[in-house]
Ligand binder design. Structure first.
Ligand code: SF4
Ligand code: SF4
Length: 125
């Protein structure tokens, strides 16, 4: 599965709220797949990914908020010591994101400007 770096955060904090019905249904399936298959290999890529595929903000393969999400992706890669193009099993990627982002002040630095931040901050994982 191909995932943008910051989506390793969003997937873990997902509680069924998305941009629209199609996106939410798709994201629910992705989250369920990864929950059932923690060993699944994730290809970390800083471009449109599996979640972006059905996002209403995806304009022909380019995110409408590209500058913001690029900055998030870069910060997540730096935090977890990974690089775009790398591969990790989902449980390892999720664990690195928890340890190096959610459990540190990087969480607010990286996600503070996101519309979902208050919800994600109050969501236990
Ligand atoms: S605050 Fe936004 S970017 Fe951060 S985990 Fe939540 S949805 Fe993803
Ligand atoms: S297209 Fe942009 S807003 Fe939509 S899921 Fe991808 S990164 Fe997020």
């Amino acid at each position: 599965m191909r995932l943008r770096p910051h989506h390793a955060l969003c997937i873990q904090k997902f509680t069924g709220h998305g941009y629209d019905e199609r996106f939410t249904e798709h994201m629910t399936k992705i989250c369920e797949t990864l929950r059932k298959s923690p060993e699944a290999e994730v290809n970390i890529i800083s471009v449109c990914d599996e979640l972006c595929a059905v996002c209403p903000h995806n304009g022909g393969g380019k995110c409408a908020t590209l500058e913001k999400v690029d900055a998030m992706d870069e910060a997540v890669l730096e935090a977890i010591g990974a690089h775009s193009g790398g591969t990790l099993p989902w449980h390892k990627l999720a664990g690195e994101a928890r340890k190096n982002v959610f459990e540190t002040d990087r969480f607010e630095k990286i996600c503070g400007s996101c519309e979902w931040f208050d919800l994600c901050r109050s969501t236990s994982i």
